[in-house]
Design a protein around this ligand. Sequence first.
Ligand SMILES: NC(=O)c1ccc[n+]([C@@H]2O[C@H](COP(=O)([O-])OP(=O)(O)OC[C@H]3O[C@@H](n4cnc5c(N)ncnc54)[C@H](OP(=O)(O)O)[C@@H]3O)[C@@H](O)[C@H]2O)c1
Length: 427
Amino acid sequence: MARVETSSSRPYHIVIFGASGFTGQFVVEEVARTVSEGPNGNLKWAVAGRSKQKLEKVLEQAAEVLGKPELRTEVDVIVADVGEPDTLAAMCKQAVIVLNCVGPYRFFGEPVVQACVENGAHHMDISGEPQFLEGMQLNYSSQAAEKGVFVIGSCGFDSIPADMGIIFTRDQFKGTLTAVESFLTISSGSEDGCLHEGTWQSAIYGLADRPKLKGLRRKFNHQPLPVVGSKLKHRGALTFSNEIQQYTVPFIGSDPAVVKRTQRFLTEEHQATPVQYGAYAGIGGMGNVIKLMFAGMMFFFLVKFSCGRNLLIKHPEFFSFGFFTKGGPSRKQMEASSFQISFYGEGYTEDQDPSQGKPNAKIRTLVRGPEVGYVATPIAMVQAALTILNEPAAMPRKGGVYTPGAAFARSTLIDRLNKHGIHFSVI
Ligand SMILES: NC(=O)c1ccc[n+]([C@@H]2O[C@H](COP(=O)([O-])OP(=O)(O)OC[C@H]3O[C@@H](n4cnc5c(N)ncnc54)[C@H](OP(=O)(O)O)[C@@H]3O)[C@@H](O)[C@H]2O)c1
């Protein structure tokens, strides 16, 4: 099987596609920061997108923010448009890895994945859209395997902390881990935090299209994963969590779907014991519950109709109580914000047979890090890319479409993240 070159036979190790987007600009800064670290000093990279002018502006801004004037002249610009397959092919031929920041992925993602697979470039995205992620698995797994290409989705805050958090918890547990519940809390510090409208749009179209996801999943023809230990009970739509001492709702992002795919891969390919998973997000006290119920009802109603969706897209700030904005967070807001995911796991000690009796041991772990969308996401994406470049022997045996946990379970990604501000620890 042919492997993609990871050396100088392609001009760029990394090409950031969609570098002019709100998230893309911070991925550019993170790559620029990382290449100045000793071991990555020889890394060659370029920015790509549909507007040369905007890309030059992003480099100009990064040069100023990071105090690196050389970015203005030393980083190449590639013009490529999702609607023009030739430009995508030309971009992919030049890259070892394409970091794709062009979303919503349901609209723009597939041509980029296709171009990467056909032209032998690894593809990494920060999608939190299960329909796109699983659709790519269905459509490109065999072709990517033939080409020795890794297509690794959800490499941002969705869903590296959760997916690698479960791997970390499993590895730290002395025995057989069988179930984990996680609780996300976000702190915006002294500033009010928010996310950019790009993520809002992805969420709107994702929820509107949810019924199609069931049909897509049927095509995989999967058998349910075996349940080892006690069956994990799912908490209700709104419950008070004693673990984090606040109200929680089920986490509606891609984490549970991504973790499930990882667990299926590890069970089927490596005969691991599947870990059941429930993900929850803390929402604070009663005041926030009332706000969220009101916003949620309006959101779930409007998202069903095309005119409702248009209304939501036009007024992100109003309908999300300021949580999503057209301008995105300021750097000051980002600096003040942070996240924490607490994992509560249970399983069987080494001397206990997991097929007999109830789980007899517990573990608590924590993943914490900086602002989720534009600080933690670029860190996670860039460290994941460096893992592919530096640790080919730790990657799965063959190319294919993978979740982060499936791709990086045997790598040092967690150590890399620990060194770059996303910390994994046992409590
Ligand atoms: N996993 C996570 O935690 C996480 C965090 C942050 C973001 N995201 C996801 O990342 C995606 C981007 O979000 P964002 O807020 O950065 O959105 P954004 O600011 O709207 O950026 C979109 C980017 O796509 C580019 N683009 C649009 N159409 C294109 C085309 N036809 N050809 C080439 N490029 C095209 C835009 O180029 P122009 O600049 O030329 O318009 C821009 O660079 C979303 O799907 C979001 O959900 C995920």
